[in-house]
Design a protein around this ligand. Structure first.
Ligand code: MN
Length: 153
């Protein structure tokens, strides 16, 4: 059977054989998020210091509002959602491409009635995310579109 180190089978949509569902974030209690799961599709055993994860956000859920030095390459592969990158709120559909540069504030949200899933490429060796201070939040919220979009605390 073709299940080996070169090939992982997708048993049902967005569910891959022997790839477990993980909690989205377990390292610190400060980060706020809602209804997000994580799967590492390609991890440390693979090449060139890159990791490919699959995140799934339940309808109405969101990832943490954060920034960091490392970058993200994001490809939605299920449902519909939206994201904040820097000061832009972007509607997202399947197979769009999103680049999150160093130190850009970012957050991903599922639409109210849609599970939203996306691939996210990162470096294995990466810095820890930073959460906004109250001053930074206030500054972000001076942009009405951003204020309306972000979910924090
Ligand atoms: Mn991030």
């Amino acid at each position: 059977m073709s299940h080996n180190k070169y090939h992982v089978i997708q048993d049902e949509p967005h569910r891959w054989r022997n790839i477990e569902e993980l909690v989205y974030k377990d390292e610190d209690g400060a980060a706020t998020f809602k209804d997000v799961t994580r799967r590492v599709l390609f991890g440390e055993d693979h090449v060139d210091g890159m990791e490919v994860r699959y995140f799934e956000v339940d309808a109405g859920g969101h990832t943490t509002l954060e920034k960091h030095e490392h970058t993200h390459l994001v490809i939605p592969i299920k449902g519909k959602g939206a994201c904040l990158v820097g000061d832009e709120v972007l509607p997202l559909a399947m197979h769009d491409l999103v680049y999150v540069p160093s130190w850009a504030w970012h957050q991903f949200r599922a639409d109210e009635n849609e599970v939203f899933g996306f691939l996210c490429l990162v470096k294995v060796e990466r810095d820890r995310p930073t959460l906004p201070t109250q001053d930074e939040l206030n500054e972000m919220k001076s942009n009405p579109a951003v204020a309306n979009f972000i979910r924090h605390q």
